[in-house]
Design a protein around this ligand. Sequence first.
Ligand code: GTQ
Length: 356
Amino acid sequence: MSEEQAAGAAAAGAERRPFYDVLEKHNLAPLWESLHDLVTTAPVTAAVPFKWDYDVVRPHLLEAGRLITARQAERRVLILENPGLRGQARATNSLYAGIQLVLPGEIAPPHRHTQSALRFVLEGRDGYTVVEGERTPMQPGDLVTTPSWTWHEHGNETDGPMIWIDILDVPLVALLGSGFMESSELERHPVARPAGDSSARYAQNMLPVDWRPASRASPIFNYPYSRSREALATLARNGAPDPCQGYKLRYVNPATGGSPIPTIGTYLQLLPAGLRTAPCRSTDGTLYVVVEGEGESRVGDVGFRWKPRDIFAVPSWTWHVHEASGTAVLFSASDRPVQEALCLWREERAPAGRAA
Ligand code: GTQ
């Protein structure tokens, strides 16, 4: 724009100002002033690439354990706040995440909400979550789901702390205005089914012959790490890795073929030692949890080194590469199934030679 044109535009802007003031009084606004902020040429998000170092989080979580009980807190959790979305309880655009602590002898009482939740176990063995009256023991690396509107509670009868990451679709449900929650009057939900019942029914590549799913959520509450890890180990022995993902599997609801939680996609990937992935970006902002191994990732123009139990956020449409020093395993979660259902999901893989 020439100086003359710029001056003309400024004059026209000043001339329209009184009109805008009138519009504002009537709760109206001129689209032409904000069109290209609303409808951008590519995704724009305030979320930033960020890593939460487990060595930083853990002592604060244990301090919370000294200051408040699980029962008092209802859920004793430190929320992972994306620095670009401070005060909004969001780790990515659409995902809430927090680190929960249940100490020996504690229970986190039963409640239910329309927000769907998953737990990915970071530390401790044999603590448990009860979902709809079925208790499932939790081991490191297990993915435990609590579908929308199911009663759930947590407990720990072991002699060590249980620590896991909670990932919920809280921001999405808030956007849609569809949040409900209910606390139980009961100290504990009555046990309705023996442990292992839903796994026997639904998690053995078979389904009860006359069963029809009542919802899109998976009937499986626990996807044990041992089984997923073994599958990845076999794949890594059998063939070449994908240049962007290494060996990556998605968790699945056996009744639908979709994701176990309709609003949150969940993935486990193995990066062979020394692999540097090709630059890749996709529209689903993603939260990664390091399960095994050490390495580094470059996300946009930020780089971080990671080790087991570190968590990092990759915002929507941000180029990223991962490099594993030894064999590494990453768990990840995103809103990809929502975007796919709405025909919004896109991915781009860099041509060979492009740096992230
Ligand atoms: O364990 O039910 O981190 O309801 C946030 C909300 C955990 C839970 C969270 C919840 C829970």
